[in-house]
Design a protein around this ligand. Sequence first.
Ligand code: IPE
Length: 281
Amino acid sequence: MILVKFGGSVITNKGKECAFRSKTTKRLIKELCNYYDELTYRSEHESENTPRSNNQNGFKLILVHGAGSFGHILAKKFELHQGYNAKKEGQIIGLSKVHRDVRDLDLRIMNMLLSFRMPVISIPPMTVLRNKNNNFKFMDPDIFEKALDMHCLPMTFGDVVPDEKLKFSICSGDTLIQQLTKVFKPSRVIFVTDVDGLFTSNPHLKETDAKLISNLTEGSFNSAITNQNINPDVTGGIYQKSKIAIELAKQGIVSYIINGNVPGRFGSALRGHDVVGTVAK
Ligand code: IPE
C-alpha cells in the first residue's frame, strides 16, 4: 500500500482564494494512472478505454489532498483552527464556506480521476473524524476499507471537523496521512509539494544558501530553519510534514517529500526510484 498526499501548494495557488491548478493536478493524476497501468500490464490503447481499478495485483493506494487556497485563507480569516468564538463575526458561515470550498476542490479532483476512468470514493473528514482541542481524537476507518473492497480509490482531504472541546477545528491532510498510516501500514508515503523537499533554510527567499536535505533524520531536521512557509497556513506546512516523516521512519515506513511541479518526479517516487527530494527512512 502507498499513501499519497497532494499538497495544497501544488494543486492550488495558495496565495489566491480558490485557485485550482488544474493542469498540474491533471498531470499528477496521469502519472498515477500510468503507474497503475504498468502494474497491471495494460497497453496504451487499453488504458484509454477500460476502467481502472484500485486494489489490484496486491497493490492499493489511498489519496489524500490538502486544501490550499480553498481552505487556508478563509480558515485563517475566521480563526477556525482556534474553534468556536462567539465574538468572531460570521465565523459559522465561514466554517460552512470552508467546508464547501474544500469539497469543491475535492469534487474537481474526483472528476479528473473519473475522466481517467479511476473509480474514486470521497470521504470527507467532517463525517468520519473528531478532534479534541485542535488535535486528532478519533477516525472511523471502516469506509476506507469498504472503498478498497469495492476496488475504488479512497480519497480524503484537509477539512473542518467537529471538535469535542472547541466545537470545531481543522484536520489537515498531513494528520490524515499520519492516522491512515496507523491503520493501513503502508510501505511508502509520498508528500507531493511545491518545493524539492525540506531545506536547511527558506528556499523561497531571493538571496538564500538553502540546501536540500536529501536524507531526513532527527539531526538534520533540528538544524533546519523551521518556518519556511510564505503563504497563510493554519496547519504547519513543510515543518509538520517533515516531523511526520521522521515519526514514520521510526515505524519502518519510507516517506518522500517531493516537488510535484517537476514532471515525472511523482511517478518515480511511486516506483520507489531515487528521486530529487527529501527522503526519511
Ligand atoms: C488544511 O489541510 C485544511 C483546511 C484549512 C480546511 P492541509 O493542511 O492538508 O492543506 P495544505 O496541503 O497545507 O494546503
